[in-house]
Every structure is written in structure tokens, then in C-alpha cells.
Design a protein around this ligand. Structure first.
Ligand code: DLL
Length: 433
């Protein structure tokens, strides 16, 4: 039977959810107007005052915020509360430009941990469970967020953080961990290491995994579920909005319920900025309606998703978002064709390759080149050149029919692509360097 962490909220009627959103949005806009001069100025430029916002139907009048605004306002310019009331910062792992620094009051932390607790319970977690948190701890939100959620559920929490793979497996076995939280690429690596240690699904007590922080395909889910003998659930979030737990998967595993009592989701066409209908991919935009210290309004995430308001068999009533197919800024444009790394992953895994690959894009003689380096499994590994050539051709054909584009495929030896303990680096675009 499906269990909930906050049943009255998670299964509330659509009317009730809308009523919460209307009321909280009005309050939040007032809070931001009074306390965030940066956003107030943006509203004034549009001739808006808080009186113009009477509910969710007026959301579309409000200006967007983007990562560029976060950089411009860095570090304190978007704060909604005095520093004295804040108890924590977290920050993105951002590799380019200024990091995002997000602030939290104790109330913000509390609500964030509730969201993570909802995700753990949706994955079957109870106070009988032992939950190993193998996301990184520190500035990254993954470890702290799920750690807090795990405490709220009452799980015995093992804060291993990421890395030290043998110790991770030792703890899973010795302390009987039943739930593991980490990035999907690290889960795949743990699965691979288990196999090498001669351990099968029956040798470990895990029953569920809560994986997110990066895009991963349905095929990768199947692979992890098989190798580890668990159910693999997706979890989504971003530092700007708190961290993990903005949305999470339930037993149906067909998309992630967005915690709509805290976040209003819109999906827009990134070019026209107009809303797109349910079932159409577009850019996800969030308004945080309960956050105090870092209250972002209409924040453009760059993540490309589609929404579904179809009733869910789990009984939750909150809207579902699809797995992000990637970020609009991850999307590669190769010889004019849009390519998402997740499409390449789907082809590789469908053909029995492991999720260890790297995509190298370059420009030679003014023409874009796409080189996909894929690891062979130890079973595939051979020095028979004919066999390798046939395998390469098969992949080139598969990629051609998925992407409509000719790629070069290089098959490389097992274990030659570097493993990631956090978010995997899948793409090297030399054109920008
Ligand atoms: O990755 C928060 C998080 C931690 C989520 C642990 C889930 C689990 P950031 O480092 O700020 O925060 O990165 C946020 O990661 O905009 C997406 O592009 C991507 N992302 C997060 N979750 C998923 C997911 C954390 N389940 C950015 N699927 C987001 C695909 C995801 N992409």
C-alpha cells in the first residue's frame, strides 16, 4: 500500500492546491517587494505593484529571473531576509562563472527536509529503514538535503558522503542499508564494483535507490535496477530552489511529482516565453512560494521537461514532470541538429553497452564533429578487429537513426573512462575552448 509523509498535503484536491498557491503567491510577492530591491526594480520596470498579483492567474505578469540575475546580484542581492535570520548557505558545483550561493532560514531548511522526506517515503522508506546517503556533503545540496529528509522519516542514516567505493559497499552489507541515495552515475559505478567483487543483487540488502542531480535515461534505470536488485527512483531539484526534493518519483515511476504547495511550476517555450501545453517539452520555470531567505520568482531553470496532470495511481495529486531530457544549455547543436546527451545514452544502453561513455565535440575545417567514446564490457572486449568494426558500425547506424546525424564511434577498453562519484562529465565540447 502506498504511504505518504504528509498525506493531507500530498493527496490534497486540486482546488486545495490551487487555493494554497493563490494565497502563498500573493504573500510571497509582497515579501519580495518589501525585502528584495533587485526584484522590486524589475517589477517597477513592468509597471507592477503587489496589488496587481491576486493569484496564480496573474503569475504571467511577473518578470523572469535567470542565472544571469543570480550572478549580477551575487552574493546578497536576492535575499529576502536579513543575514541574522539565516542559518545556512549551500552552493552549486558550477564550473563556469560565479557559483550560485543560496541562503536558508531554519524554516526554509525545515520545509526542504520535509520535501526530501516525502521522496524517501515515496520510495518505500519508513523508520525501519537504514538509509545510506552517498551524495556529496558540504556546499552541494545532495548530502545535507537527503540527510535531513532521512532523519525526518526516522531512518537510521549513514552519512557516508560520496567516494571510497569499497567502504560504501562494506557499509551497505555490514550495516544492512536498505535505501541508498546518490547520483545515478555513481549508482552504476557501485553496481559495477559490486559485480567485480563477485556480489550479486541477493548479496546486498538494498531495496531502493533515490537517484538524481543529473540527467539519466530510462535504460540506465533498468540497468541499475537489474544489477543492484532494487527499485531506482528519480529525484529532482536545484540549489536555487533549496536542493533535492523539488520533485520526486512515486511507485508508478512515470515522472516526478512536483511539491506544488512550495513551488509553482510553469513550462514555457524558451524562445517565445509563452506557456506550452501539458505533454509538450519546454523550459521549466519555478516560483518558490514558501521560501523566506532566497525567494525566487519565475526562475528559469533551463531544464527541458514536460508536465502531466493525469491522475496518478499512487494517489498523489501534485502535477508530474517528466525526466528532464537535458538542459537547454547542455543541448548540443551539431551541424545544425539538436542533440541531447540523453539520446546518445539511450542508444548505447539499448545495445548492451554500459553507461560509461564520453561525447567529444569539435570543429574541424569549419565542420562540427561528434565522437562518441564508449566502453566495452569485459565480455565484449576482444582483439578481433572485424568484430570491433562490426560493433562500431552497428552503433553508428543506431546513432544515425536516433539523431539523424553521422557520429564517429570509438570503442575503448573496459575501465578506461574515468568514473564519477558525483555528477558525471559526459560532454567535452572543444569548440568552446
Ligand atoms: O543537483 C540538487 C540535487 C541533489 C538534486 C541530489 C537531486 C539529487 P544543483 O547542483 O544546483 O542541484 O544542480 C541542479 O541538476 O537544474 C538539473 O539540470 C540537474 N538535475 C537535478 N536533478 C536532476 C534529475 C542539484 N533528477 C541541476 N534529472 C538541475 C536530471 C537533474 N537532471
Amino acid at each position: 500500500m502506498e504511504r505518504y509523509y504528509q498525506p493531507e498535503i500530498e493527496t490534497a484536491s486540486r482546488e486545495q492546491i490551487r487555493a494554497w498557491q493563490d494565497e502563498r503567491l500573493v504573500k510571497q510577492v509582497k515579501h519580495v517587494w518589501d525585502n528584495v530591491p533587485y526584484y522590486r526594480k524589475k517589477m517597477e520596470e513592468k509597471g507592477l505593484t503587489p496589488d496587481d498579483i491576486k493569484g496564480v492567474e496573474d503569475l504571467k505578469k511577473l518578470p523572469f529571473l535567470t542565472k544571469a540575475d543570480l550572478r549580477e546580484a551575487y552574493p546578497y542581492g536576492l535575499m529576502g531576509e536579513p543575514l541574522k535570520k539565516c542559518v545556512r548557505i549551500q552552493s552549486t558545483s558550477g564550473t563556469t562563472g560565479k557559483r550560485v550561493v543560496a541562503f536558508y532560514t531554519q524554516h526554509d531548511i525545515d520545509l526542504w527536509e520535509d520535501c526530501c522526506a516525502r521522496a524517501i517515503v515515496a520510495a518505500g522508506g519508513t523508520d525501519e529503514d537504514v538509509c545510506q546517503v552517498s551524495y556529496g556533503y558540504g556546499l552541494f545540496t545532495g548530502g545535507p538535503g537527503l540527510n535531513g529528509g532521512s532523519h525526518k522519516v526516522g531512518c537510521l542514516t549513514i552519512p557516508t558522503s560520496s567516494g571510497n567505493t569499497e567502504r560504501q559497499i562494506m557499509f551497505i552489507r555490514d550495516l544492512s542499508a536498505t535505501i541508498i541515495c546518490c547520483t545515478p552515475s555513481y549508482a552504476a559505478y557501485l553496481g559495477e564494483s559490486m559485480k567485480e567483487m563477485g556480489l550479486g543483487p541477493d548479496d546486498i540488502p538494498l531495496k531502493a535507490g533515490i537517484f538524481g542531480a543529473e540527467a539519466w535515461s530510462e535504460e540506465m534505470r533498468q540497468e541499475i535496477q537489474k544489477t543492484m536488485g532494487i527499485k531506482a527512483y528519480d529525484i529532482y531539484g536545484l540549489t536555487e530552489l533549496s536542493g533535492p526534493g523539488v520533485a520526486f518519483e512515486c511507485s508508478e515511476q512515470t515522472g516526478m511529482h512536483i511539491n506544488e504547495d512550495h513551488f509553482i511550476a510553469e513550462v514555457i517555450d524558451p524562445d517565445t516565453l509563452e506557456p506550452v501545453p501539458d505533454g509538450t517539452y519546454g523550459e521549466l520555470v519555478f516560483t518558490a512560494i514558501t521560501k523566506e531567505a532566497f525567494p525566487l520568482i519565475r526562475y528559469r531553470t533551463r531544464d527541458i521537461v514536460k508536465l502531466s496532470h493525469e491522475p496518478c495511481s499512487c494517489g498523489r495529486t501534485h502535477v508530474k514532470m517528466s525526466k528532464p531530457r537535458g538542459r537547454s544549455d547542455d543541448m548540443l547543436i551539431i551541424r545544425g541538429v539538436n542533440v541531447f546527451p540523453s539520446q546518445i545514452e539511450t542508444v548505447l544502453l539499448n545495445k548492451g553497452y554500459p553507461a560509461n561513455y564520453q561525447i567529444i565535440v569539435d570543429r574541424v575545417n569549419n565542420t562540427d564533429t561528434l565522437d562518441v567514446q564508449v566502453e566495452m564490457t569485459p565480455e565484449m572486449f576482444t582483439d578481433n578487429m572485424g568484430e570491433i568494426a562490426a560493433r562500431q558500425k552497428d552503433l553508428v547506424d543506431g546513432l544515425k537513426s536516433m539523431l539523424g546525424l553521422k557520429a564517429k564511434v570509438s570503442l575503448v577498453a573496459p575501465k578506461s573512462i574515468v568514473r564519477s562519484e558525483g555528477k558525471a562529465v559526459r560532454v567535452i565540447d572543444k569548440r568552446k575552448i
